[in-house]
Design a protein around this ligand. Structure first.
Ligand code: GDP
Ligand code: MG
Length: 370
């Protein structure tokens, strides 16, 4: 059953919160305006005040697009979203940089680096892929817990001289739990003491059987230092992506997931989002978590302003009312009024959740009754 705070119910009935608290008090309930009451009690109050009961379902106030599936004929192929995971110092950052170095667009742009937490790479053959900056495992877990699984493919980096280490195992477990396919990149193969075969064998203990061991997990020997195997790695990513038939509808109001967000001194609240479906456009009005906003500007990972961002494209968004959380979903809505309605409803829900368990102090009881 849905719960509502006394204040919210009062607002909807255009009555004073304190009057509701008094009525509840007379019904034998000690509650403050910030506390939640159950639906039956709410209905009783509504009748008590002589109003008609009009049940408003959550979907009338909030946005729930989870069940809203795009028709097959609207779907178009989209680039894969790849995350690099592995033990510390095994070369995740180096490999990401090396992959970014293969980006043909980056070459044209003059190699300006812009840290937005996700990068788009265009290969020599024109294929595209999005690589997530190795987020801390905590941020990853947080996103997964909130149902935001933006990663299509995980690249598990294992240093050939160091082998399977605790964070390698952690990454394997995360990937398995998320149900995401993995490609093993055996890194540092330029080193003299590199032993890629041992890595493959040790992976068996974690039920990862790579191709070289007659399994179906793709593996590739690379060196982020010399560039060895990078083309092969990209090929394998694209092959895996092709097999997965990744698609989404670019011609609809955008839905995007927040990868990271912060308060920038100059720009205000900024968020890097990854578009899941639809096309995000400058001027779009949106809700993201408990915040709302309007896309004032968008920058890509090369620091260039863009007017639109389609599926799998990461962009930095400016024009938010506040800083959202990683994993929050940005949804484009039709009007500012709708955006405000949804965000304030969500803020109320969040507040209600926080205060629902908090015991009422005498002070708040009295101020509510005053
Ligand atoms: P991360 O902690 O996984 O992000 O690892 P880094 O990318 O920071 O790399 C850790 C160290 O390993 C750095 O000193 C890198 O220069 C070095 N390194 C990374 N990749 C390679 C490689 O392919 N070959 C060699 N020889 N060194 C590498
Ligand atoms: Mg690193």
């Amino acid at each position: 059953p849905e719960a509502i705070t006394v204040q919210e119910l009062a607002n909807r009935m255009a009555e004073k919160g304190a009057d509701l608290v008094k009525a509840l008090f007379n019904m034998g309930m000690m509650v403050t305006v910030n506390q939640t009451i159950d639906q039956d009690t709410a209905e009783l109050l509504v009748t008590e005040f002589g109003h008609n009961i009009e049940r408003v379902s959550e979907s009338d106030v909030d946005i729930d697009t989870t069940g809203d599936v795009d028709a097959d004929e609207t779907l178009k192929a989209r680039p894969p979203v790849v995350a690099i995971m592995g033990h510390v110092d095994h070369g995740k950052t180096s490999l990401l940089d090396a992959l970014r170095g293969t980006d043909v667009v980056r070459g044209e742009a003059g190699g300006i680096t812009q840290h937005i937490g996700a990068y788009q790479i265009k290969t020599k053959n024109g294929a595209q892929l999005t690589v997530l900056d190795t987020p801390g495992h905590a941020a990853f877990t947080q996103m997964r817990m909130r149902g935001a699984n933006v990663t299509d493919i995980v690249i598990l980096v294992v240093a050939a001289d160091d082998g399977i280490m605790p964070q390698t195992i952690e990454a394997i477990n995360h990937t398995k739990a998320a149900g995401v396919p993995m490609i093993v990149a055996i890194n540092k193969c330029d080193k003299e003491d590199a032993n890629p075969q041992k890595v493959r064998e040790r992976l068996l203990e974690h039920e990862i059987i790579v191709e070289q061991m007659s399994g179906d997990v793709q593996d590739v020997e690379v060196s982020a230092k010399t560039g060895k195997g990078l083309d092969e790695l990209i090929e394998k990513i694209l092959l895996q992506a092709e097999f997965m038939e990744l698609k989404s509808n670019p011609d609809r109001a955008a839905e995007a997931t927040v990868i990271e967000a912060k308060l920038d001194k100059g720009k205000g609240p900024v968020a890097t989002v990854l578009v899941n479906r639809g096309t995000l456009k400058r001027g779009d009005i949106f809700v993201v978590g408990t915040e709302s906003g309007r896309v004032r500007a968008m920058n890509d990972d090369k620091g260039r302003q863009v007017k639109e961002a389609g599926p799998s494209m990461p962009v930095e968004v400016l024009g938010l009312g506040g800083v959202p959380m990683a994993g929050d979903v940005l949804t484009v809505v039709e009007s500012e009024q709708r955006a405000r309605e949804v965000s304030s409803y969500r803020q109320e829900q969040a507040t209600a959740k926080r205060t629902a368990t908090a015991p009422a102090s005498l002070d708040t009881m009295f101020s509510a009754l005053a």
